[in-house]
Design a binder for this molecule. Structure first.
Ligand code: SAH
Length: 345
């Protein structure tokens, strides 16, 4: 940020201890607890005023500011448009599932990946989010809704594996026992296929769920939809998935946005089944079918009948497939669209 101040919410307890080397240990713990509840310095009432003033001079808390908030009357889904310190806007969504409350967070302001159906990338990439800005989305949403969030999906704006170091730090911070304490098994990281970083992730000993945005089962069509496929093709991507499973034991999840007339016929369902069964023999995986969110300028739509037919065709081949339930239908705006509106992009 400005003034070379320390981004205090991005620090692990031992690093915080170094910043506060003149304070007793219990003060460090008190500060950590406040920070990870999403508190501002003014709210940290059990810390001496002098300490708070010093903190304010030397450090800052990178909490996003709620610019807009939409609550679904249908199912309670909450969508936030957040403003970051430099005016960049990002989005997060809190969804209530039977298995717990899930937040979908952003990892970058904008995106470089250029997927043709995605709103987040249409105006390019501006910057990476810091670990504290990712954590801040969870903290502010938790504080604002009063809900305990138990699951995280990195499926908002941005490509998490293109912001690797900050995302790794975020995963470790949000997992801390004394912090938000969300189990890594309850976190899904979604990628369009940054293969070198999938190998790196496999070495981290972080048992997160890896979600691969596949969307096509042949290279020609996938490259037309997702430029990353020209750098790493489907074969290279699935080989990396295999290694990720071997290292972590975690089942792989594949996302497939079913787009009318593009990738949704029976032949394409069978080609997808052939591909996954052949490349990942004996490896547990799951296909998540997503009815595509219409994004202005793309012309892409989904026919729900086709989505169901696609699922049936996969199931026939014994490929486990579910259709993503659409939450918050009355506050619908696919990810990245609020940011575009707000920032006049
Ligand atoms: N960059 C990461 C994570 C963000 S996108 C990734 O590519 O996986 C999260 C998911 O939403 C991805 O599967 C992405 O392909 C999908 N997605 C993007 N735009 C969409 C749209 N208009 N309709 C449906 N899914 C979309």
């Amino acid at each position: 940020m400005t003034d070379n101040k320390i981004d205090i919410l991005s620090l692990f307890p031992e690093e915080l201890g170094k910043v506060l080397e003149n304070e007793p240990k219990y003060r460090v713990k008190q500060l950590f607890d406040w920070l990870h509840k999403g508190a501002t310095f003014d709210e940290m009432t059990n810390l001496p005023k002098k300490m708070r003033e010093e903190l304010q001079e030397k450090t800052y808390v990178a909490l996003p500011q709620i610019l807009k908030k939409y609550v679904s009357k249908v199912d309670g889904t909450v969508k936030y448009l957040f403003r970051l310190f430099d005016g960049q806007c990002i989005e997060s969504v809190v969804m209530k599932y039977k298995h717990g409350n899930t937040i979908c967070i952003s990892s970058q302001a904008g995106c470089k990946m250029g997927c043709k159906f995605c709103a987040s990338t249409q105006n390019g990439w501006v910057r990476n989010l810091t670990s504290s800005e990712m954590l801040g989305q969870v903290l502010v949403a938790q504080k604002d809704t009063g809900l305990r969030i138990s699951n995280i999906v990195l499926m908002g704006i941005g490509e998490p594996l293109d912001n690797y170091d900050n995302v790794m730090r975020f995963l470790r911070l949000v997992n801390l026992d004394d912090g938000v304490n969300i189990g890594l098994r309850h976190i899904s990281l979604s990628t369009c296929g940054v293969v070198d970083k999938i190998y790196a992730l496999a070495e981290e000993s972080l048992p997160v769920t890896l979600s691969i945005s596949l969307h096509h089962s042949n290279d020609k069509d996938r490259s037309a939809l997702m430029p990353i496929n020209k750098k790493w093709n489907i074969d290279e991507l699935l080989t990396a998935c295999k290694v990720f499973f071997e290292k972590t034991g975690r089942r792989i999840s594949f996302e497939y946005a079913v787009i009318a007339g593009v990738n949704d016929n029976d032949e394409q369902a069978n080609a997808l089944a052939d591909l996954l069964l052949k490349k990942l023999p004996g490896i547990p995986f799951h296909v998540n079918l997503i009815p595509v969110n219409p994004v202005e300028g793309t012309g892409f739509t989904s026919g729900i009948k086709n989505v169901m037919q696609f699922q049936a065709a996969l199931e026939k081949r014994r490929v486990n497939a579910t259709i993503r339930r659409k939450l918050g239908s009355d506050i619908d705006a696919s990810c990245g669209q609020l940011r575009r509106q707000e920032m006049n992009l």
